[in-house]
Write a protein that binds this ligand. Structure first.
Ligand code: CAA
Length: 258
C-alpha cells in the first residue's frame, strides 16, 4: 500500500492514512487501498477493533484530493463519490468496531470518513468542517447525510452553508465526537477504549452494531422486533453461556468470539 499503514497488536488494528505532502487528502488510490484493506480486515478473526487515524500531528485528513477533483466532469465526480462510499460503508457496517482517532484537521472528506466510523475521539487541536460550498461543490462523501444524522439538521446546515471549521470542544458539545483529549494522549486513549471493547463479546458487539445501524432508519416497532430476533441469536452462543455463568460464579468471563 502506498498511502496506508496497517499495524495489528492485541486484536486491535491501527490503520494510518499517510499522504503527508497533501495532509492525508483522499485520492482515488487511497480510497482503493482503503477498500481493499478493509475487505481483508473484515475476514480476520484476530482483529476486533479498528482505529483509523492520520499521519503526522497536523491533519487527520484534509479532505478529498482537490488536485484530483479540479478537472472532474460531473460523471467522474459521481464515480469518485461512489468509490468513497464503498470503503466508508465498510467502516460503518463491518463486524469490527471502528474508532476514528482524529489528530488534527478533519475537513470535507476527512470529517466525512470520521463520521463513517462508529466512534470519534479527537485531539484538542482537531478541527472539523465541511468547506465544500466554498469550493463550489457539496460534500460528496456522505457529509450531507451523516452530519445531519449525528448533530441534527440545524447544526449540519450551519456547518455546511458557512464552511466554518469548529474546534474539538465544540464538536464534543454538539455530539460530533465522543471524547476530546490532549494530542499526546490521543492514541493511548483510543487504544484503551479499543482494548475495553475487544474484551467484551466481539460477536455480541458485531450484532449490537448491526442492530443499531439497521434499526436507525426503521420504525420503532419493527426495529424493536428486529432487536428481539438478534437478541435471541446472541442467546444461543458460547459467549452468552460463559458470560452469564461467569457472572453467577463471581469470576471474570473469558469471552471468545461466538
Ligand atoms: N487536497 C489536496 N491537497 C491538499 C488538500 C486537499 N484537500 N489539503 C491540503 N492539501 C495540500 C496543499 O495543497 C499543500 O500542498 P503544497 O505544499 O504542495 O502546496 C499541502 O497540502 C499543505 O497544505 P497548506 O499549505 O494549505 O497547509 P496550511 O497549514 O496552510 O492549511 C488547511 C491547512 C487549512 C487544512 C488547508 O490545507 C486547507 O484548507 N485544505 C483544504 C481543505 C478542504 O477544502 N477540504 C475539502 C476538500 S473537498 C472534499 O472533501 C469534497 C468531498 O466531500 C468529496
Amino acid at each position: 500500500m502506498n498511502n496506508l499503514r496497517l499495524e495489528v497488536e492485541n486484536e486491535i488494528a491501527v490503520l494510518t492514512i499517510s499522504r503527508p505532502k497533501a495532509l492525508n487528502a483522499l485520492n482515488s488510490e487511497t480510497l482503493n487501498e482503503l477498500n481493499e484493506v478493509l475487505s481483508d480486515i473484515e475476514k480476520r478473526d484476530d482483529i476486533k477493533v479498528v482505529i483509523l487515524t492520520g499521519d503526522g500531528e497536523k491533519a487527520f485528513v484534509a479532505g478529498a484530493d482537490i488536485a484530483e477533483m479540479v478537472n472532474f466532469t460531473a460523471a467522474e465526480a459521481r464515480a469518485f463519490g461512489m468509490r468513497a462510499s464503498e470503503p466508508f460503508f465498510k467502516l460503518m457496517n463491518m463486524r469490527q468496531v471502528t474508532i476514528a482517532a482524529v489528530n488534527g484537521f478533519a475537513l470535507g472528506g476527512g470529517c466525512e470518513i470520521s463520521m463513517a466510523c462508529d466512534i470519534r475521539i479527537a485531539s484538542d487541536n482537531a478541527r472539523f468542517g465541511q468547506p465544500e460550498t466554498g469550493l463550489g461543490i457539496i460534500p460528496g462523501f456522505g457529509g450531507t447525510q451523516r452530519l445531519a444524522r449525528l448533530v441534527g439538521m440545524g447544526r449540519a446546515k450551519e456547518m455546511i452553508f458557512t464552511c466554518d471549521a469548529i474546534k474539538a470542544d465544540e464538536a464534543y458539545r454538539i455530539g460530533l465526537v465522543n471524547k476530546v483529549v490532549p494530542q499526546a494522549e490521543l492514541m493511548d486513549t483510543a487504544k484503551a477504549m479499543a482494548a475495553k471493547i475487544a474484551s467484551k463479546g466481539s460477536y455480541a458487539n458485531a450484532i449490537a452494531k448491526a442492530a443499531i445501524n439497521n434499526g436507525y432508519d426503521m420504525d420503532i416497532k419493527n426495529a424493536v422486533e428486529m432487536e428481539a430476533n438478534l437478541f435471541g441469536i446472541t442467546c444461543s452462543t458460547n459467549d452468552k453461556k460463559e458470560g452469564m455463568t461467569a457472572f453467577l460464579e463471581k469470576r471474570a468471563a473469558d469471552l471468545t468470539d461466538f
